[in-house]
Write a protein that binds this ligand. Structure first.
Ligand code: G6P
Length: 481
């Protein structure tokens, strides 16, 4: 079909996620700069900027800053519009209760099988109800913005654990709206999920969507192969393994500035093997476990001590949540101890960075790495493992991968799989990876590279949206009957 103006018809897609693909930094009363946000969700969704088939995407979400004044809000709205983004403004109190509290102190650790924060279980229990109310309120705020921008025929794709109430809020506005919901984290087993006081409200709200998807099998929802029945309505539920825009990484490696970075890094670490970790500084990533395993490796292999370096890029995240602050000091302490123990006057075994790298520096780092270490205690998919593989077609380095990352299902045959809790096993995997002959490395890389370049973010987005289009909206069902 065609729209007025003769342009080919593109279906409008409203992507709703707590975090917009760009985060805002205030430069003045009415001036803002935007930078790409961190995290797997954004990494996968960036592909929509390129245009996926016949989709015209717009984003609705939070720009990561508190903007209390009207002048600032107006200016930011305008700056974001150029990126096809529409802001949802959340005030400090909502961010505290909904984002820091319910989302990241309760749902996030629970969905990753880590239980509630160790030291303040009782405090969490007490603040549970008010945080849950803030969560519902925040979801309603997102729904209001979606509703304002929705046009008939649009499909609405809601993302992640922040927005489990959104499908219900949207259907309350308009039962004809096509609504999909995708979870980027693991869905915990029912034995874990049932400890949540609001367990059934959350599930019912999600099941108001027409299509529910996740990276891996959804354990918490029992149902038929076609879906789950919720109050007489069938919701389609399926796994849609996520991927990356592998082309973006592969092409970057040919850019002069990336080649420059690569050369610098090679010179800097000449004569040493490079091991790499890239993670948001999050307890689910198993960073202390990884570093302790590296220490054990150094302990057991004195010959390697001056021949290997571990670069750990730890991207700060959710820094107002106490558990994350504790983790930061814990990691610093371990790194300091190990560097003190094995460092020399001129070198240290671990380079730990508390910051993110820009895209080009990151690609270069992936490309010069000999062994990448992904030791998540649980992870939805873990796209860092995909990004590493995409950048390794020359070097054919080894991926050590946690069996608890979703990627273990897809990259397991090419990676060395480990239980990150077992430090002895991870230390042995490091030795195996560093000593691996090129023939075996090539074979393993080939398997992973093929997967990463064929199961891409494009494919993932297209499949989800096309399945969402194929679902029959309840309201239509009713008129047919
Ligand atoms: C994970 C979540 C995303 C989130 C990202 C970054 O990948 O699944 O929803 O955006 O982490 O975390 P942040 O709290 O900074 O948005």
């Amino acid at each position: 079909g065609e729209r007025e103006g003769g342009r080919p018809f593109k279906q409008r897609l409203l992507v709703v996620a707590n975090r917009l693909p760009v985060s805002a930094i205030r430069k003045g009363e009415d001036s803002w700069s935007l930078e790409i946000s961190a995290g797997g969700l954004v990494s996968a969704l960036l592909v929509l900027y390129k245009g996926v088939k016949a989709l015209e995407a717009r984003w609705i979400g939070w720009a990561g800053v508190n903007v209390p004044d009207e002048i600032g809000q107006k200016a930011l709205t305008k700056a974001l519009a150029e990126k096809r983004c529409i802001p949802v403004f959340l005030d400090e109190e909502i961010v505290h209760q909904y984002y820091n509290g319910y989302c990241n102190n309760i749902l996030w650790p629970l969905f990753h099988y880590l239980g509630l924060p160790q030291e303040d279980r009782l405090a969490t229990t007490r603040s549970f109800q008010s945080q849950f109310e803030a969560y519902q309120k925040a979801n309603q705020m997102f729904a209001d913005v979606v509703n304002k921008h929705y046009e008939e025929g649009d499909v609405v794709w809601c993302h992640d654990y922040h927005l489990m109430f959104l499908p219900q809020c949207l259907k309350n506005y308009n039962r004809k709206m096509k609504v999909g919901w995708f979870l980027h984290t693991p869905f915990p087993s029912s034995e874990i999920h049932r400890t949540l006081p609001s367990r059934s409200e959350l599930l019912h709200a999600v099941l108001e969507a027409d299509l529910v998807g996740a990276c891996t099998r959804i354990l918490g929802l029992e149902g038929t192969p076609e879906g789950v029945e919720n109050q007489g309505k069938l919701t389609r539920v399926a796994a849609f393994p996520i991927g990356i825009d592998s082309e973006r990484f592969i092409r970057a490696l040919d850019l002069p500035q990336v080649k420059g970075h690569i050369k610098e890094l090679q010179e800097r670490f000449k004569g040493r093997k490079v091991m790499l970790g890239v993670d948001r500084l999050d307890m689910i990533k198993g960073i202390p476990q990884k570093i302790l395993a590296f220490e054990k490796f150094l302990e057991e292999n004195p010959d390697w001590r001056d021949k290997v370096v571990l670069l750990q890029i730890a991207v700060p995240t959710r820094t107002d949540v106490p558990e994350y602050q504790k983790l930061t000091s814990q990691v610093h302490e371990i790194v300091g101890r190990i560097n003190g123990r094995f460092g020399t006057l001129t070198t240290v075994p671990i380079h730990h960075l508390d910051r993110s790298l820009d895209f080009h520096a990151l690609c270069a780092l992936y490309a010069v790495t000999d062994v990448a270490l992904v030791t998540s205690l649980r992870d939805g998919m873990n796209l860092v493992s995909y990004e590493f593989v995409a950048c390794q077609d020359k070097k054919k380095g080894v991926l050590i991968l946690s069996e608890f990352a979703g990627a273990a299902q897809s990259l397991g045959a090419g990676a060395i799989l480990v239980n990150p809790w077992n430090i002895t096993e991870v230390a042995a995997a490091i030795a195996k990876a560093l000593n691996m002959q090129s023939e075996e490395r090539e074979k393993r890389h080939k398997h992973n590279f093929k997967h990463v370049t064929t199961h891409t973010a494009q494919e993932w987005a297209e499949t989800f949206v096309s399945e969402l289009n194929d679902t029959v909206v309840e309201a239509q069902l009713r008129t047919k009957q």
